[in-house]
Design a protein around this ligand. Structure first.
Ligand code: PNW
Length: 477
C-alpha cells in the first residue's frame, strides 16, 4: 500500500550534546548540561556528554552509516557554544565551530543526505545562565538567540531546513519545574536550593516562544528569499485517552493534557494565545503576550515539528489543582478503567508503544491547527533491559523493529485516509547516545554503540528495516 506522498522524506535524528563528545575541542564553551552533569546524583550512571558517541570526531563515519541505511535526511543540532562559546550577542564568534558544521553540511549533501538543523536542543550556553538567568530572562535571552540564529543562517546557506528549538515543554517543565533536566531548578528543596515551580516554567516557555519568534522573523526578513528554505519549532506531545471514556471529566482531562503540553506552544503559534484551560488554571502565573511578542509568535511556523513517542490513559483529579501542577490537574495511567493496557513496558517509565494513538494525535493536531504541513522530527523507543543484553541478542531489537513498523504504517494511514499533511519522519535515534538524566543505560539507537570499545557502531535489526518500509509506503514519483 503506497500511502505517503512521493516527496516524503525520512531519516534519523540526533542532538549535539547527546552524541558529539569532544566538549573542550576547538574552543567549545560549556553549556548548562556540562554544568548540570557535574552535580552528584543528577545523572543516573554519573556520566556526562564528555565523550558520548564521539560524533564530533567521526563525521565521515556517521555519514557513511547514514548512507548505508538509506537515510534521505539527517536531523542534528548545533552546539551553540561551539559557535559562540559564551553565547551572547556581543561575545566573540568561534570560526572553528562554524567551519566544523559547514563542512558537515557539505559532506552530508555530497552523500545525498539533506541536513535538518536544530539550532538549540537544550544545550543553552552556561555563561548566559550565569550572566542573566538564561531562559528566565525575557529580554536578553530572545535577543541572544536571535543573534545566534542569524550567525547560523548566514554561515550555513547550504541548509534549507531549520528548527529553532527542540521541545520547549521539556526545557520548561523538566528544567524549571521538576528539576530533572539542566539547569535543575525546582521548588523541591530536596533537589535544588533554587527555583520556583509555580512560576518559572511558564516564564521559560514564554521566553522560548518569543526567542523562536525572533529567529523566525530574522530568517523571513533577511534570509528566506535567498535561502529558499523553511523554519519551525519542534514540540513534544504524548497522545491521550480517557481512563473512563464514559466519564466526561476524564474526557475533558485527556483533552486538557494535550492543551497543557502541545497547546501551550501550538496555540500560541497557530492561534496567537495560550489555551483557555491553561489561563483558567494558572491565572497570571502564565505570562501575557505583549502586542509586539504576539506579532512575533503568531504565525511563526512554516511546518509543525512533531516529536512523538507514546500515549497515556488520563484520569481527572478532584479538588483544586496544586500550585506546582503543570499537567492540567490530572493523573496518567498505563491501564484504563477496564484494565486494558496502553502498550508494553520499555526501559523508560514514560514510554509504552501505542501506534494507533499516533494516528489519533496526527488527526487532532491537523484539525486544531488547520492541517499544517507536519514533519515528524522524532519517534522511537527504548527496550527494557537492552543495556544488559549480550550483543547478539541486543542487535535483534524486535520491539523497536515492530515499533517503527507499526508507527510508520499508522502515519501512512493518517496520510492516506485522514487528510493529514505529513511530509517527513525522523527515527530517534541514529545511535545509542547520552540519554540525558538517564545517562547511557537507556538506549534509543537503531545502531548500538559500544562505549567500552572505542564507540564502535553496530546497526540493529530496526536500522535496516526503515528503508524497505518507506520504499513500500512512499508513492513512486
Ligand atoms: C526527547 N519525557 O526527549 C528528546 O528530544 C531527545 O533528546 C531524547 O533523547 C528523546 O526524546 C528520548 O527520550 C524527551 O520524560 C525526554 O516525557 C523525556 C520525555 C519526553 C521527551
Amino acid at each position: 500500500m503506497a500511502a505517503l506522498p512521493s516527496d516524503f522524506v525520512w531519516g534519523f535524528a540526533t542532538a549535539s550534546y547527546q552524541v558529539e563528545g569532544a566538549i573542550d575541542k576547538d574552543g567549545r564553551g560549556p553549556s548548562v548540561w556540562d554544568t548540570f552533569c557535574k552535580i552528584p546524583g543528577k545523572i543516573a550512571d554519573g556520566s556526562s556528554g564528555e565523550t558520548a558517541c564521539d560524533s564530533y570526531n567521526r563525521t565521515a563515519e556517521d555519514i557513511a552509516l547514514l548512507k548505508s541505511l538509506g537515510s534521505q535526511a539527517y536531523r542534528f543540532s548545533l552546539s551553540w557554544t561551539r559557535i559562540i562559546p559564551k553565547g551572547g550577542r556581543n561575545d566573540p564568534i568561534n570560526q572553528a565551530g562554524i567551519d566544523h558544521y559547514s563542512k558537515f553540511c557539505d559532506d552530508l549533501l555530497a552523500a545525498g543526505i539533506t541536513p535538518f538543523i536544530t539550532l538549540s536542543h537544550w544545550d543553552v550556553p552556561d555563561e548566559l545562565d550565569k550572566r542573566y538567568g538564561g531562559l528566565l530572562n525575557r529580554t536578553e535571552f530572545p535577543l541572544d538567540f536571535e543573534n545566534f540564529a542569524r550567525v547560523c543562517f548566514k554561515s550555513f546557506p547550504q541548509c534549507k531546513n531549520w528548527i529553532t528549538f527542540n521541545e520547549p515543554w521539556c526545557s520548561s517543565i523538566l528544567g524549571y519545574s521538576v528539576g530533572q533536566f539542566a539547569p535543575g531548578r525546582t521548588s523541591n528543596r530536596d533537589k535544588s536550593p533554587v527555583g520556583d515551580s509555580t512560576t518559572e516554567p511558564w516564564i521559560v516557555g514564554h521566553n522560548l516562544l518569543v526567542a523562536h519568534g525572533r529567529a523566525v522573523k530574522v530568517y523571513r526578513d533577511e534570509f528566506k528569499a535567498t535561502n529558499g528554505g523553511e523554519i519551525g519549532i519542534v514540540l513534544n506531545g504524548d497522545a491521550t485517552f480517557p481512563w473512563d471514556s464514559s466519564d466526561p471529566r476524564d474526557r475533558e482531562a485527556a483533552e486538557r493534557k494535550l492543551e497543557f503540553t502541545i497547546g501551550w506552544f501550538g496555540d500560541a503559534i497557530y492561534h496567537g494565545d495560550y489555551p483557555a484551560s491553561m489561563r483558567k488554571q494558572l491565572g497570571d502565573r502564565l505570562p501575557t503576550f505583549t502586542p509586539e511578542e504576539k506579532a512575533l509568535v503568531h504565525g511563526s511556523n512554516d511546518f509543525y515539528g512533531m516529536n512523538h513517542y507514546t500515549a497515556d490513559y488520563v484520569r481527572h483529579k478532584d479538588g483544586e489543582p496544586a500550585p506546582e501542577d503543570f499537567a492540567g490537574h490530572l493523573e496518567t495511567h498505563p491501564y484504563n478503567k477496564n484494565g486494558d493496557c496502553i502498550g508494553p513496558e520499555t526501559q523508560c517509565k514514560w514510554l509504552r508503544p501505542c501506534a494507533p494513538a499516533f494516528r489519533d494525535l496526527l488527526k487532532w493536531l491537523s484539525k486544531r491547527y488547520n492541517y499544517p504541513k507536519i514533519y515528524v522530527t522524532e519517534s522511537g523507543t527504548s527496550i527494557k533491559g537492552e543495556n544488559d543484553m549480550p550483543l547478539e541478542k541486543l542487535l535483534e531489537d524486535d520491539l523497536r523493529y515492530q515499533y517503527y513498523d507499526d508507527y510508520v504504517k499508522a502515519m501512512a494511514t493518517a496520510s492516506a485516509l485522514d487528510g493529514v499533511n505529513v511530509r517527513a519522519y525522523f527515527a530517534w535515534s541514529l545511535l545509542d547516545n547520552f540519554e540525558w538524566a538517564d545517562g547511557y543505560e537507556t538506549r534509543f539507537g537503531v545502531c548500538y554503540v559500544d562505549y567500552k570499545n572505542n564507540q564502535k557502531r553496530y546497526p540493529k535489526k530496526s536500522a535496516k528495516h526503515l528503508k524497505p518500509l518507506f520504499d513500500s509506503l512512499i508513492k513512486k514519483a
